[in-house]
Ligand binder design. Structure first.
Ligand code: NDP
Length: 253
């Protein structure tokens, strides 16, 4: 038996990076996984990869900023698989921009993908899970706990995810729903997002980033996937409203 055997999971932004690792880990531990993303080719390939490793995975297109698409997705998953037990709100964007040059348009785009979408997903998941229980895992960031001078919009969105999570967790407890809601706070994990972000800031950015990590090394996507697996599983039945920091000690100082 796997640690999330036969649970039905949705992982947003699952075509690559952390989402792909999370979907793979849940699939390897027995979950039926639905990956969603904007990138259909990569999403389909991710599902094939997970199934080749023995998982049960399918892909559905979803733009997480579209509320109707959230309702359709959750309805389809419940109809096809008989329920929903795990939602990982993972899709996100990180566009470095200091306060003085950030535009309202850029700010709103970041809030839409990183925060509005997490609100919509958490709401739809709670509606689907409230009778039978479940686990919602919101991927925030260490940038949701500490500031970064060139990430005003990202910091705000991820800080919002942190407290939305706590509010939703308390609401579910108050209502008597067995729905746990937790946030995960990765530090620097080497994915396309980090690669593209650092490359856009010039050659010195890589050195500066690793200098700030006490062990001097970035994490791997699987480091985050193991933490998500724990929160998704019944091993975490008493864990809700919490923040799981996976950052190689970045915020410990
Ligand atoms: P990537 O950019 O590598 O992957 C993100 C995925 O989300 C992509 O497949 C992307 O699709 C998808 N996506 C983006 N916007 C949407 C949307 N509107 N609807 C559906 N899917 C979308 O990022 P990471 O794997 O690095 O990051 C995953 C999450 O982890 C993010 O929330 C990020 O903020 C968070 N995080 C990452 C850290 C890191 O160090 N990597 C650190 C802390 C937090 P497409 O390819 O089409 O853009």
């Amino acid at each position: 038996m796997g640690r999330v055997q036969d649970k039905v999971a949705i992982v947003t932004g699952g075509a690559r990076g952390l989402g792909l690792a999370i979907a793979g880990r849940l699939g390897a531990e027995g979950a039926v996984v639905v990956i969603t993303d904007l990138n259909d080719e990569a999403g389909e390939a991710a599902a094939v990869q997970i199934n080749a490793a023995g998982g049960r995975c399918s892909y559905m297109h979803q733009d997480v900023i579209d509320e109707t698409a959230w309702v359709t997705l959750v309805d389809r998953v419940v109809a096809q698989h008989g329920g929903l037990h795990i939602l990982v709100n993972n899709a996100g964007i990180a566009i470095p921009e200091p306060l003085e040059t950030e535009t309202l348009e850029g700010w709103r785009k970041t809030q839409a993908v990183n925060l509005d979408a997490v609100f919509m997903g958490t709401k739809q998941a709670v509606l689907a899970m409230r009778d039978n229980g479940g686990s919602v895992i919101n991927i925030s960031s260490t940038a949701g706990q500490v500031g970064d001078p060139i990430m005003a919009a990202y910091n705000a969105s991820k800080g919002g995810v942190r407290l939305l999570t706590k509010s939703a967790a308390l609401y579910c407890l108050e209502q008597g729903y067995r729905v746990r809601v937790n946030s995960v706070h990765p530090g620097y994990i080497l994915t396309d997002m980090v690669r593209d972000g650092l490359n856009s800031q010039g050659p010195e950015a890589w050195g500066k980033a690793t200098e700030n990590i006490p062990g001097g090394e970035m994490g791997e996507p699987d480091d985050v996937a193991w933490g998500v697996l724990y929160l998704a599983s019944d091993e975490a039945k008493y864990v809700t409203g919490s923040e799981l920091v996976i950052d190689g000690g970045f915020t410990a100082r």
